[in-house]
Design a protein around this ligand. Structure first.
Ligand SMILES: [Fe+2]
Length: 177
């Protein structure tokens, strides 16, 4: 690993979920164990890569999810949450790579590497549960709304922090069953 920002950008482009989770875990172990690792220069990551099978569609074209606890609805909910966690891994890596700035303390990066690691764990737990229903992450469609917010806040760290984790991710926690 030549720098934290380069590795974070590289992880955004990993489409295969298991490989992405493993790369984040490896990065977190390295970052925590080697204080000499360089933060690196800010990069401008392109949009993330997704598993080829995953169909991204506008929110209004998503199939409506029922509210009862049928197997079908539970699968749809687990897939939607897995998608959110997959995005959350990308968002944490994008934040580190894009907004790296010598003015920020090393603790800022410590926190966001920890967030990426925790999101990887959440994805791992949810997708493993999904697998028990015979479904893999990518088998159902997902909507692209969360990354729209990442795109529209790519110019400004404070805008990103305000809109994505403080509003969208927090609201997601409030409205999800
Ligand atoms: Fe999460």
């Amino acid at each position: 690993m030549n720098s934290l920002t380069n590795e974070a950008q590289h992880i955004i482009y990993i489409a295969e979920p298991v490989a992405k989770v493993e790369a984040i875990k490896k990065l977190a172990i390295l970052w925590k164990s080697d204080a000499s690792l360089k933060i690196g220069k800010a990069t401008k990551p392109e949009d993330p890569s997704y598993p080829p099978k995953l169909k991204l569609c506008p929110p209004r074209e998503m199939p409506k999810r029922g509210r009862d606890y049928s197997t079908e609805n539970r699968i749809a909910l687990l897939h939607a949450l897995s998608y959110i966690e997959f995005n959350a891994m990308n968002l944490a890596c994008d934040l580190v790579a894009r907004f790296a700035d010598p003015i920020l303390p090393r603790a800022f990066y410590d926190d966001w590497v920890l967030v990426a690691e925790q999101e990887a764990e959440h994805f791992d737990l949810l997708s493993t549960r999904l697998n028990t229903f015979g479904i893999n992450y990518g088998d159902l469609p997902a909507h692209d709304g969360l990354w729209d917010a990442a795109r529209s806040t790519s110019h400004d760290l404070l805008a990103r922090l305000a809109v994505v984790p403080l509003v969208l991710e927090a609201r997601g926690l409030d409205i999800s069953p």
